[in-house]
Design a protein around this ligand. Structure first.
Ligand SMILES: NC(=O)c1ccc[n+]([C@@H]2O[C@H](COP(=O)([O-])OP(=O)(O)OC[C@H]3O[C@@H](n4cnc5c(N)ncnc54)[C@H](OP(=O)(O)O)[C@@H]3O)[C@@H](O)[C@H]2O)c1
Length: 365
């Protein structure tokens, strides 16, 4: 796929922090092209270039700047849409798009825990895409979600450890970047020279989403993984990149070296299929004693790989480590693009080419 033959897609909530990332990543995407952008009534009717306060570190593409901002309502003339909508409106808007025949790939929290909606991290639970068969939208529409930005960074290394050793308990303290709070963001007077030990709803998301993503697909739906997760979330004065300090309890003992080997060699379906947004190595193991760091490592493999360092024994649980991922790329827009690539390649988007609906239904532990 390339040039004019790329699939036209819509970006819902295109003016926000995540919406801008979608626009940036889609501009050079080999399969998709941005054909429509939407936002709130505040932006509607303007040129995208005038409506958006562009904060990405490369210029906005001129052809996208000229697009009109449309209302966030069905009728965009696209079959695929990426949602970066504020959660206050995402729930009903995404349902309306799906009912109109659009396959929606969403970053918003609203539908993540719906029993018939995949909460997808393509390397971790690609088989959960089969939940789309339980959705009853007409005309080929559907909803696929990706997790909260801090959950994504956590579950990729956890998947590798869970498969090899069985994970039963996780304690995580997050140090989350400002871009995770959306635009215009946290007031500078609140975050300069400061750390805020509270992010509304974040700890609950880490604790519940992790269990669904690592859960088993059965005939009824997803059976949550029996992993107890305790999360404490903080906002820190970093622009992009969430760092997580994690302690992990295992069913079977593992040395730090064994754990590092398992995480470093972890590969998933996106790597096997060589999907365009897939990192070559989902987890990069770092040996520097003070690594990973947001400024140094968040852009590893274009922001799609997770960096892990400081793997060592834990006196409370079994192992502890530091995990870093880019919150608006792997944790949001890039993660949703990878979901769409997998869905398309496996034939889950009606009317669009793919190698068929063969699914990886193997039950990992
Ligand atoms: N930031 C992250 O790292 C991150 C990571 C994972 C998931 N998420 C989730 O992704 C979504 C977007 O997050 P964000 O950080 O990009 O938020 P944001 O910067 O506040 O952007 C929100 C977007 O929603 C639009 N919007 C707001 N009210 C609307 C309405 N009534 N009708 C239609 N559009 C409306 C805004 O348009 P206007 O510009 O016109 O107001 C804007 O385009 C949220 O659900 C968030 O929880 C964010």
């Amino acid at each position: 796929m390339g040039g004019d033959r790329r699939i036209p897609v819509g970006v819902l909530g295109a003016t926000g922090s995540v919406g801008q990332r979608f626009v940036q990543l889609l501009h050079r995407h080999p399969w998709f092209r941005v054909a429509a952008v939407t936002a709130s009534e505040r932006s509607e009717g303007k040129r995208y270039g005038d409506a958006v306060r562009w904060v990405q570190n490369e210029p906005l593409a001129s052809e996208i700047a000229e697009l009109p901002v449309l209302p966030t309502a069905p009728g965009l003339d696209v079959k695929v849409a990426f949602s970066a909508l504020d959660s206050g409106v995402a729930g009903s808007a995404e349902t309306e798009f799906a009912e109109s025949g659009v396959m929606v790939f969403s970053n918003a929290k609203n539908h993540r825990m719906d029993p018939d909606v995949p909460l997808l991290v393509p390397e971790v639970n690609p088989d959960h895409l089969a939940l789309l068969e339980k959705q009853s939208f007409p005309k080929g529409g559907g909803i696929v979600t990706n997790p909260n930005c801090s959950t994504i960074g956590l579950v990729i290394p956890l998947r590798a450890l869970h498969e090899a050793f069985g994970v039963n308990r996780v304690h995580v303290v997050t140090l989350q970047a400002l871009s995770g709070a959306g635009l215009p963001g946290v007031a500078s007077m609140e975050i300069m020279d400061n750390v805020v030990p509270f992010i509304d709803g974040e700890e609950e998301k880490l604790e519940t989403e992790t269990r669904k993503i690592l859960g088993l697909l059965n005939g009824q739906g997803v059976e949550d993984a029996e992993i107890v997760v305790s999360a404490q979330c903080t906002r820190v004065p970093v622009l992009d990149g969430h760092l997580e300090m994690v302690s992990i309890g295992l069913d079977r003992p593992a040395t730090p070296e064994e754990a590092m080997e398992v995480m470093a060699s972890f590969r998933g379906v996106p790597q096997e299929m060589e999907l365009p947004s897939a990192p070559k190595r989902p987890v990069h193991l770092l040996s520097g004693k003070d690594h990973p760091q947001p400024r140094l490592h968040r852009d590893t493999e274009g922001g799609m790989a997770v960096s892990v360092g400081r793997v060592r024994p834990c006196p409370l649980l079994d192992l502890r480590m530091a995990i870093l991922s880019h919150n608006t790329i792997r944790g949001a827009a890039g993660g949703a693009l990878l979901c769409a690539e997998l869905a398309l390649a496996q034939g889950w988007v009606p009317g669009m080419s793919g190698p068929g609906r063969e699914q990886t239904l193997t039950r990992r532990r």
